[in-house]
Write a protein of this length. Structure first.
Length: 93
């Protein structure tokens, strides 16, 4: 009983954050609104990001991600995900 309530609360929370917009968007992560993301800002939203990962995304190595660097990073991460995803078999009746 308690477990199903917890699941319902979790689902509701997941829905409301989806409605509020994309979690971890550039603007959300740029907490000091200086137009770039520091490692600390990125890690506040995505704790799993390592300094190595951040450095790989920081194309000009100035320690901050610009919007362009962030977008490119996100795109490359999406590409990575797509590459790792199993190719879906042809849907046949
Ligand atoms: Ca910032
Ligand atoms: Ca940079």
């Amino acid at each position: 009983m308690k477990r199903s309530i917890a699941l319902a609360v979790f689902a509701a929370a997941a829905c409301s954050s989806a409605l509020a917009g994309e979690k971890g968007s550039f603007a959300d992560m740029d907490t000091n609104t200086n137009g770039t993301l520091s490692l600390a800002e990125v890690r506040a939203s995505v704790p799993s990001v390592t300094p190595e990962t951040f450095a790989a995304a920081d194309a000009d190595a100035n320690g901050e991600l610009t919007r362009a660097e962030y977008d490119a990073w996100k795109a490359s991460k999406l590409t990575e995900k797509a590459a790792n995803a199993p190719t879906s078999p042809k849907a046949s009746p």
